[in-house]
Design a protein around this ligand. Sequence first.
Ligand SMILES: [Zn+2]
Length: 495
Amino acid sequence: MCEQAAPTVGGIIVNRDAPPAVDVSGGTMDRADIRTVRERLRDGLTDGVIVAWTDRFSRAPIEEPMAIFREITAAGGHFVVAEMGMDIRPDDPHGETMLVHSLQQARVQYLQIKKRWALSRGNAVRAGRAMGVPPFGYRYVDPTPRRQSRGVVDSRLIPDERHAPVIRELFERKAAGATWLELARWLNTAAPKPDGQCWARSSVATIIRCRTYLGEVRHGANVRPDAHEPLVPPPLWRRAQNEPGRRTPRGTYLLSGLVRCAGCGRNMQGSLRNGTRVYVCRTDGCLAKSSVRTSLLDAESTERFFDRLQSFHVQAVTGEQLAASDGEVDRLTGEVERLATIVPTHAAAIAAHQRALTDAERALSEAEDRRDQLAHSHAHDGPDVRELRADWPSLTMSERREILRAAVDAILVRRSSRRGLGADIGERILVLFRGEARAELLNGRGPIISWAWDDDPVSVRPPPEHLRVGGPSSPRHRVDRMGAHRTRRSHSGSA
Ligand SMILES: [Zn+2]
């Protein structure tokens, strides 16, 4: 268009390499193509500018393109509008009017399109339809391209089974203080890109800040909070918005720092293996290299923790017992008061009444003692096991971890003797509660030591040779099983 217009106004095109204005947004005048023209005019490299269509030149508020027009013409430059076939001069009121009119028309059209677009985006959001590429971890309900138009058949989002668990873990790792680089490296193994490229830190940051994972679809001011299934619960999403790079040693696994490989006594690391969270032994030279599914070990250990807690609370005072005791005190108080109002007249009756009153007062005093004792132990009883059990699912990961760490020294995990996935979890673990673990186990340095235990606490026998790990050179350390049959002696913090 510009090529055709150039000769009609007696000009030639001198800068064909000018940045094309075809795909630029006309809503602003701060653009590379405009800047280039202004610089070239200033440097005397061109005599003017040819604009193909006014709506390409500007859809910004009228004063902005007009300021450019005046700047160019004031410097003696030509301002040619090809579609109008005019070289508009600053002293030509007719040309200027046409330019203003044309620019304003382009602006009106632009504003209308913008409004329509906002409207359709609003509709899309209300319908829960996502726009653009589905975020990592999601896929479209139906990604079939729509015929004869852009977009797909159904752009609502559903979790992508392969990557949804990765997203969840990514947020947990971020919340636990991983750096962007650590997260990107982790994604390289947890969810390698199909093209073999590495994950960029900026991509990780984009994922963490993306509210789509909360179930939201959002375009500008349009928000629908429950558009699709969230991959990340709001508390976790908020925690993941923390400053990156704050390292915490315990990571995002419930039992990190507590789980130890029975083959070497060293900490097992939380890790993702084929999309499943596991604790694994990574100790060089360990012959057992135990590994166990996180969900299995977490559940079994938590269960044993509650069993243990239960055993401490056999004598636990319940609210009902306390209420019953209060009732007894009230009843006996009433009895004493009733006897006190009786004034016997016969000598025999006086003696009998006196005895009854003394007995009633003694009974009341004893009941009061019992009540005070119960109230005292109720107050010093620590958490009610049933209440804690009921609360457990709603506690955060770190709250649960803190509670477990207060009660448990270590959890030893030995190699599975079967091939099945953790069918024998109960036989494979030994929970060492507070004060039960030996110092050599807890300090975790020095030579590799393998640990063994018998399932029967009464018969202490070396295990069969073929089940031994660690080899003949490793000293075998025996830890005995301490279950619910123990007294509350070793319970920490109980008065
Ligand atoms: Zn090991």
